[in-house]
Structures are given as C-alpha cells and as structure tokens.
Write a protein of this length. Sequence first.
Length: 588
Amino acid sequence: MKINTIVGEVEVRGGFGNEWRVSLDRTTAETGVEEIRIRLEADAPAVLPETTLLWSVPQLDMQTRWTPSCGFNRNIPPDWGGPLSSNLASSAPVMAFLNLKGQNRMTFACSEAMREVKLYGGVCEESNRISCRAVLYSAPEAPVSSCEAVLRFDLRNIFYADAIRDVSVWFASFRDYVPSEAPAAAFEPIYSSWYSYHQNVFDHELERECALARTYGMKGIIVDDGWQTDDNQRGYAFCGDWEISKRRFPDMRAHVARVHAMGMKYIVWYSVPFVGEKSRAYERFAGKYLYSIDRLHTSVLDPRFPEVREYLIGIYETAVKEWDLDGFKLDFIDSFRVNGEDPALKDQYTGRDVKSVPLAVDLLLSETMRRLRALKPEILIEFRQSYIGPAVRKYGNMFRAGDCPADVLANRVRTIDLRLTSGKTAVHSDMLEWNSGDTPEHAALQLLHVLFSVPQISVRLNDIPEDHRRMLHFWLDFFVQHREVLLRGYLKPFHPELNYPIVSAENAEEKVIAVYNFGQYVKIACEKGKRCFVVNATGRSELIVELQTEPRSAELLDTFGRAVQTPVLKAGFARIPVPASGLMVLNF
C-alpha cells in the first residue's frame, strides 16, 4: 500500500494477510507540515503485525542528524545503520535532519510513544537520498482488534530547535500524553547525596549539608541509594523491602522535619522494578519477575500483575504518609521490559490483568501519580535519561540528564537535548561534582555548562575551599536571579553538530549567551533597553565578539562576581579579555 505525501511516496509493508484491514489518510496541518494516519483493524483480537512505513527524499542541504538520544553521534549514517529505538521508558520517536546553518530540512516523529518504535534514517549510497523507515509493532504483544498511529513530517525552512519543540507540542496534544504540571519547587537548585556520599549516607551529615546548601539558595535535597540498607557494595541485593536503615536514620520522620524546618524539600530515591535477592520481598514475588540481573543480585518485577503494582504504589504512599516526603526519584523504569522470551507465555498470562508490559508500566505510573497527588498535589517526581519521552512527561515533572560524573561536555549536551523535547517539564543537570584541589575557574565550568537547566549540586559543601564557596555562591545566585530567561526564555542552541558551542536564551527584558568553545566568534545584537549577559565558559580569558549595536555600558566580572574592568565598547568586532569562567554584562 502506498500514499503520496509531502516527502513523496510513503509505502506501507507488513504481514497483514486476510486478518488485518489497513487504511491510510493524509492531513496537512500547515504549509510544510503533514500527518499520515495508519489504522489497523481486525474482526477479532489478534497479535499486531510488524508494520513498516518507508520513504526517501533527496539529500539536499542535509549535513547532520539529531535524535533525542544521539549523544555525541550527530552524523548522518548510511541507510544500513542501526535504528533509533524508543518506547515508553526510552528516548522519544523523533528524528531531525538539518544543515550546518541549523535550518530544518526534514523532521519526522511517530505518535506511538508507548510501544517500541524503530526509526531509521540514513544515506543510500547508490542514490544520495535519505532513506527512512518507521517500524511499528515489532515487539510481541497481547492481541488487540484495532490500533492506529500518526507519522508527522515537517519540511519547513525554520530553525531546527523550533521544529523539534513543535513536535513536543504535538505530542502533548494527544490525550494519552498530556504532560504533568511542574511545580515551582521543580525549578529550584537542589542538593543531591549521590556523588558526595554514594551509599554512605547518615541523617546528621545530610542535615549539615542541607544547612549549608540553603545558604547557597538550594531548596531541596535528593537522598539517593543507601538510605534503605547498611550495605555499601553498590549493588541492589537489598532493594525491595524499602525499609529505612535504622543505623543511618534512627528517626526518619523527625529527620525530614528538621530538613523541612530549614526550608528544604525532601526527595528520596527508589529503584522501582528491583527486588534484591537478600530482601524479604524476594520470595514473596517468586514467579512474578520479568527476568533476573545476576551481576546486580536483583530481579525485575512484572508490572502486569495487579498485586505488583499495588505493592509498589503502597510503598510510595506509605513513605509520604509516614515520613512526610515531598517527592521521589524513581529509577530504572527502563528495566521493565521483556528480556528474551516473555515468561507470561508459558503460563498463558495467568494472574496478569494486562498483557502488554508498556501498558502495565503506564498503569503503574499513572496510578502512582494519581494517588500521590491526592496526598501532596505538588509532589515532585524525577526521571533520568533516557526515560524522558512524551509518555513519561505524564508522570514526571523533573527530567535529569543521564549520569556523567564531572563531565562538563556530556552534561551540557544532555541538558540541551532534554530542553528541546521536554516542553515545560523542569530539566535538571546530572549531579555536579568537582575536585576540591582544582581552581575555582575550572570548578565553575561544571555550573556554566549546565546553565540552561536546574543545577543539582553533589559536592561535600563543608569540604570545598573558600574560593570554591564564593564561586558557587555567585553562580547559583546568577542562576536564581536569571532563572526566568534561562529556563523559560527562547532557547537557541547553535551548531548541534559541534555539541552546542554557543547557547542563548532571551526574553523581553534580557538575554544570556554562553560561549563554550575558545575562539568561537559570537554575534551580539540586542534591542535598546535590554540587558545582555555573555558567559565565558571557554576555559580561556578572552572572547571574540561582533557587537551589532553599541552598548550604553559594559562591565567585566570574574568568577566570583567581582568587577574587574568597565571597558568602552563600540559596534563591530572586538577581542575582549573576559575572565575565565567570568561574565560580560552589556547594557543597551
């Protein structure tokens, strides 16, 4: 079956036989944007057939490719390369082709964000065309009698980030993907115990950190792995019972109350699907696991059992009621998957009220949010890359960059990638750590490279030297003072193929430009009455700028916020000695 579209002919292939009826229709949303709806129907429930949509376009002015999980790999591969795989708990079904000026050439997305989708897009060597495929229903699933999906194409000549953001708006228009509201607390700087303490956490030490963190403007703490076990071996053998370690936290409710009294929110980590082999729950759920992970000494619960879902939700409800928690860091939901043969097949789904794992996860997390919001309407829920797609936005209001300890480049790329697909969901950096023996200018790079996300700090605040403290105070103050433009202004991440060497955000009052690569030429244009902040995150003490309009005044600040110079600047090109990890403030 074929249909003519904005990208040419789209062909549909699949083992439909006489069982399935397939229909296609096309809708023009606006000039340059088109949607193709494919619907499968059967007279009786049956297993969905693997369905592939294929098309190709000439490779005209396309030099790079973007996906939500591309990381540092932004090249256009050959068409025999591997796919972007997405599902409820992994990435998002979006792919964009653009030129080196950052203009969109073809962005496409699939509305199926629950089940597995495989998107392919690469160069056909014989024709210099971009060959694309969207593969649906490739994972075994419970029988259904109908299903539909929409494929959206965008060929508009617009800035690539706008095309990607429009996809996020499109996803949010579907009833199944209405995003969760992010409370104001989700946008506050926060302290995390993970890199600073790992599993070796104790209540009195965390209270000391919270008291210090509050002086820097942090308004919450995430207590990571370790609170539930006396073991420090970094495995998950003791997960599953989720009872507090009395040695570490003798009175959890009183401890949380003391942290609340400091003006701090309290969030606790849970590895949602894991039941460790040394927990009491391990035997209780025998026969109700998807698979085991021997090296981690844990098994993964099967959420298709209603008693599994009720057990997990009950744990979180109890924690809120007994300890007065403000939120949860819900980890490893991407482990909810069939790993090899589905264990449900041998007993014909006995005891399971849902046959699809993704749909069972959706039920689990939707009900979790409903019941937790009944207890605390502004409950905070953090998920980390790569479970950051449109379906997960229903449950989570804080999306964190995937683990990249002390890696400024990875943290920058991941937070900006997240910003493009996350809409109004709060995007957080991976936890920030640095060596206390480093210079404050180098330490500051950890913050500057995640400037357009909410920073999570994970150093022992009592142990860092005084100059690091002054640096941290200045840059966290800067983030809080300019949070409105940094997180809600119009974001322009330039040159994704170069890992975003320049990023800007702008609103009606001010503009912030961060420069990450030394020698990068920066064009600065601002309207009269606007203030512009140019952040030097290059590691060197110089910026090369082209001022398109002459500022009324200029000031250079070092990484502690101290004024070091007030140069007189004219319109045109200039090499300006902006301090390393410092700031140029321009008033127009």
